[in-house]
Write a new protein. Structure first.
Length: 428
């Protein structure tokens, strides 16, 4: 019996590695043009940088923050000409990062359960879970939230560094907000989204300026200094301006009414944007809907920030850390006019750490965990397997996409319930 936990962890590691190998095979061999097309784009950018000396941001405006150059360049050190070799090295890099994050996750109270959940989420989401830049920021966010929340581990010793308050059963606040802040800031300079998770971290930290704001500022200062020294100061924020003209992407939550309307109305179409190489819905009201989504996202994030301020005043900010992280991650997907399939990886960090905590025994978090798995599976049905049929007006694929988007809304509702419960004053 003593060997049982060890055998279970060995089985988890085998499954985790097997799923990574399976997704790599799908992306490299079976559907490379669909699932791993972005990797060929990464290779071409880094080839231009290493061979011609023309670097993103330093020499040209770019669609990503400048930190994205680093993970893209690492596989290019092996090859700048072979897309297959580049993709294999990329997938190996992602597997190593995911493995490091899993090792940290396994130190949590129910880390093995969370590891199995993460393995299932990867398998259900499909090859896009590895073949995008988000695959690099996901393990950074997992480690950041794990060391911040650290439920049920030996990390919660001495000076915890977090505001007190009742945590979910079995959980205790972590003592490494500085590490978490630095990791999330690094992630934000690669793919923006992890940066929003700094909000609940600031609220939960006992000394937010020293433990969160300062390390985030130091990371940002280092990046800015390097870019300015390289002559790219005027293009440092080009990733914001290059995204501003995007339309309503077909997979986005807000595009659902037009995707369904395109089945019966000729004035609503799905068309390729050749500049961004994305498929967008076009028709009456789509431009306004994109603007509304931008406003909704800003208001949603501001609302969560207000709730976190209230939680801090009540001494419940530590308990609100993970529910708020889930709500914010979901908001960035639901209120987004892009809605690419890899955005489902944004759920992994808050959800995996929630599953690892005893908080996963609550109905709202258990429901959210199952809903994220369902959304991941539906996403793979749509992309890459059913994407051509969706673009040509398949009612079945349109229905699957609509169901996926409704599932995301249900995840947001679960997170909101958890956040509301977390900020309630403790019973006398």
């Amino acid at each position: 019996m003593a060997d049982s936990p060890r055998r279970q962890r060995a089985a988890l590691w085998c499954a985790f590695g097997t799923v990574h190998a399976w997704l790599t095979w799908l992306g490299v061999v079976v559907v490379p043009a669909a699932a791993f097309w972005d990797l060929d784009l990464y290779r071409s950018w880094t080839s231009r940088a290493l061979v011609e000396g023309i670097w993103p941001v330093l020499d040209d405006a770019w669609v990503y923050p400048v930190g994205a150059v680093l993970p893209m360049v690492l596989p290019a050190l092996g090859t700048t000409t072979s897309t297959v070799q580049y993709a294999l090295i990329w997938c190996l890099l992602v597997a190593v990062l995911d493995g490091a994050a899993l090792a940290v996750l396994l130190r949590l109270e129910r880390g093995a359960v969370a590891g199995w959940w993460w393995t299932a989420a990867l398998l259900l989401l499909g090859p896009v879970a590895l073949g995008r830049l988000d695959a690099v920021t996901t393990p950074l966010s997992v480690v950041a939230l794990a060391v911040a929340a650290a439920p049920g581990t030996g990390w919660a010793l001495g000076d915890l560094g977090f505001v007190g308050g009742d945590l979910p059963a079995g959980a205790s606040p972590g003592r490494r907000p500085t590490v978490a802040a630095a990791l999330l800031t690094v992630g934000a300079w690669i793919k923006v989204a992890p940066g929003v998770l700094l909000l609940p971290l600031v609220a939960a930290a006992r000394r937010p300026w020293r433990d969160v704001v300062l390390p985030a500022a130091l990371v940002t200062g280092t990046v800015v200094t390097a870019v300015v020294a390289g002559g790219g100061a005027t293009r440092l924020t080009s990733f914001i301006t290059t995204q501003s003209d995007r339309g309503l992407q077909v997979e986005a939550f807000g595009a659902t009414p037009w995707v369904l309307a395109a089945l019966v109305h000729d004035d609503v179409t799905i068309a390729l944007d050749p500049a961004l190489i994305t498929y967008q819905v076009q028709g009456p009201g789509t431009s306004a809907a994109g603007n509304v989504l931008g406003i909704a996202m800003a208001l949603g994030v501001a609302t969560v920030a207000g709730v976190l301020l209230l939680a801090r005043r009540r001494g419940q900010a530590a308990a609100a850390l993970l529910p708020a992280a889930l709500v914010l991650s979901t908001l960035l997907v639901v209120a987004n006019k892009v809605g690419s399939p890899q955005y489902l990886t944004w759920f992994v960090a808050p959800m995996a750490v929630l599953v690892a905590a005893a908080a996963a025994q609550h109905r709202w978090s258990t429901s959210a965990a199952w809903l994220v798995l369902l959304a991941s599976g539906l996403t793979q049905v749509v992309f890459p397997w059913g994407y051509p049929a969706l673009l040509t007006g398949s009612p079945v694929l349109a229905a699957v996409l609509a169901l996926r988007n409704l599932t995301l809304l249900a995840v947001l509702a679960c997170g909101a319930v958890g956040l509301r419960r977390a900020i309630r004053p403790p019973a006398a």
